[in-house]
Design a protein around this ligand. Structure first.
Ligand SMILES: Nc1ncnc2c1ncn2[C@@H]1O[C@H](COP(=O)(O)OP(=O)(O)OP(=O)(O)O)[C@@H](O)[C@H]1O
Length: 453
């Protein structure tokens, strides 16, 4: 390696503050429901550079808060490593963990939950200093007054109580408390979602000013994509515990590569009504993270899912019917049968699938079905009537599944489902998790254009 390359490598290493590798956080549930864990974070990899703001976006329940909390060691990682400046914090305990926590803090969505109404503002902000036995009581009081200045509150507010303040002011108090121990890294978990729109910009500006003043590094969790676009240097798009795409903010918004990112951005209202930007709706809700699909996590809802070649030319109505039927079967496979249904079944009166005919009517009325497909659907209905939804699903998966659901043409019996790889999709190194980036398949945009014309 040349001297220049060595210097560059050293430079880039020291630029990286947080390194996350193969991180998993599963919630195990004991008791009678024990068994399957909730896979809230399921193998994520990313770095955060010193001084940058990395955005974390995705639908509710995709694992954003769990990921943020795991980085701060407020949740235990099930597997993987989290290195801060090269040191793996997942193995810290006792005094080492306590000391390290000073460097990494969290700002919450709802400041009320973190502000004790019976403490004065001064006491609330001073508490972390007291807990860590920071300098003398006099110096602590002075530090609190300085912090009040820093976040744009008055020193006279020291002796007031949280209920005397507005939502925006309470979030400023929360931020002051977070800054008390001079952290280097802050997880901002929806810091402005609970605030009036007029106040949101003030808090965002404050966060940006503080970042410049104190060289802070942020992980910014948010639903509101316009806020993310404004404040974040890079964005990670999360779905069902996985990062689907990660890269520089502006190019990710301008030219999203992953079908999920495209779907998420497609939901943002377009300010220009004349815009002819391709739009499509993301149907349904994400699967339960206790029962993630095999293969690509987004496969059950993906508008660009790869189809078996023999059915490539079928209509969108046909595919909508098949995909919904598979979704219904999956739901029913894991549904707990109600007591009423069990009794009904025992008496031979009713089964959960007594209305499969209605479902077919709804899904396939007016859809052209070949004799082979009709025969297959008849068998599926027969399985469903006999509560053999697992067999029904296997039949549907074998016939209509593809590499997206983990199927491989030459897979051996019992082989693990295939997962998509991360592909580099731009010169900046943006990465996206999707089979469609393989040369063997048509690319995402051309497929979406065709399917959503
Ligand atoms: N303590 C817990 N025990 C069991 N499951 C949990 C726990 N906390 C979160 N989960 C589950 O883990 C998954 C991820 O939740 P998480 O709160 O991290 O998602 P999120 O993306 O932050 O959602 P939101 O945007 O609604 O805050 C969800 O299915 C949630 O129900």
């Amino acid at each position: 390696m040349s001297q220049h390359a060595i210097e560059e490598a050293e430079q880039s290493d020291s630029d990286t503050m947080v390194e996350v590798r193969d991180l998993k956080t599963y919630y195990e549930e004991g008791g009678i429901f024990g068994g399957r864990p909730v896979k809230a974070v399921d193998g994520v990899n990313f770095d955060i550079k010193r001084g940058e703001t990395l955005g974390l976006v995705g639908e509710s329940g995709c694992g954003k808060t769990t990921l943020g909390r795991t980085l701060l060691q407020l949740e235990d990682a099930t597997a993987g490593t989290i290195r801060f400046d090269g040191r793996d914090v997942t193995t810290l305990s006792g005094d080492d963990l306590y000391q390290w926590r000073r460097n990494a803090q969290m700002v919450f969505q709802d400041p009320d939950s973190s502000l004790n109404d019976r403490m004065t503002i001064g006491e609330i902000i001073r508490e972390p200093l007291d807990v860590h036995d920071w300098k003398t009581p006099r110096e602590r009081r002075q530090k609190v007054r300085d912090l009040l200045d820093t976040v744009g509150l008055d020193r006279e507010h020291y002796f007031r109580y949280p209920h005397q303040f507005s939502g925006g002011q309470r979030q400023r108090i929360g931020i002051a408390r977070t800054l008390a121990l001079n952290p280097e890294f802050i997880v901002l978990d929806e810091p402005v979602s609970a605030l009036d729109v007029s106040v949101q910009a003030e808090i965002i500006n404050l966060l940006e000013d503080l970042q410049n003043e104190f060289d802070l590094t942020y992980l910014f969790i948010a639903h509101d994509l316009s806020v993310v676009r404004h404040i974040c240097d890079r964005v990670a798009v999360m779905y069902l515990g996985h990062i689907m795409e990660i890269g520089p903010t502006e190019e990710l918004f301008e030219d999203p590569a992953n079908p999920y990112t495209q779907a998420l951005l497609s939901a943002i209202p377009e300010p220009d009504p004349k815009s002819d930007k391709e739009r499509f709706t993301l149907r349904g809700t994400p699967p339960n993270p206790r029962y993630p699909p095999a293969g690509c996590p987004f496969s059950t809802r993906c508008p660009a899912r790869i189809r078996p070649p023999e059915y490539e030319d079928e209509s969108e109505e046909f595919w909508e019917g098949i995909n919904t039927l598979r979704e219904v079967m999956r739901e029913r496979e894991r549904a707990e049968r109600s007591v009423r249904e069990r009794i009904g079944e025992a008496l031979g009166r009713e089964t959960r699938f007594r209305n499969i005919e209605d479902a077919y009517q709804e899904l396939f009325d007016g859809v052209d079905l070949s004799a082979d497909v009709q025969e297959l659907l008849d068998t599926v209905a027969e399985f469903a009537r006999n509560n053999r939804e697992e067999d029904a699903l296997e039949l549907l998966d074998d016939e209509f599944g593809s590499v997206c659901e983990g199927h491989s043409v030459d897979a051996a019996e019992g082989e693990e489902p295939i997962l998509p790889d991360y592909h580099t999709v731009s010169e900046s190194g943006r990465e996206s998790l999707c089979h469609r980036h393989d040369d063997a398949y048509r690319d995402v945009s051309s497929v979406l254009e065709n399917r959503h014309r």
